[in-house]
Design a protein around this ligand. Structure first.
Ligand SMILES: [Zn+2]
Ligand SMILES: [Zn+2]
Length: 115
């Protein structure tokens, strides 16, 4: 799992794991910022423009810190306008890895005609 960096606002740049001690985030892959500690009871926000075409909203990750200044919660806030919780266009993501997660719509149409 990964979250938006509150420092450089790169999407999915802060990978994190949840273990017995709670949330453990790794440093940002883009800017090397460490988000595990901040101001006690502080909040950091990472935000990216909504990836939905034509939508002017944003998707945000809120990092909430406890009284000792350790990361206690990480909450993703969906785009207020379209409701997506994605930080990148799904098609871009699939292309990055050479995958075809979504069937080509043209193939579906051909298959539909055969039935
Ligand atoms: Zn960063
Ligand atoms: Zn949106």
């Amino acid at each position: 799992m990964a979250a938006i960096c509150p420092n450089c606002h790169s999407p999915e740049a802060v990978a994190y794991v949840i273990n017995d001690d709670g949330l453990y985030p790794f440093t940002c892959m883009e800017c090397d910022a460490s988000v595990i500690r901040s101001t006690p009871r502080g909040t950091l926000i990472g935000s990216v423009p909504c990836p939905t075409g034509g939508c002017t909203g944003s998707v945000r990750d809120a990092y909430l810190y406890d009284s000792t200044g350790r990361l206690a919660q990480l909450n993703r806030h969906r785009c207020l306008l379209c409701g997506t919780d994605q930080t990148r266009k799904a098609t871009h993501h699939a292309a990055d890895h050479g995958e075809h997660a979504v069937p080509d719509p043209r193939m579906l149409r051909i298959a539909g005609r055969r039935v």
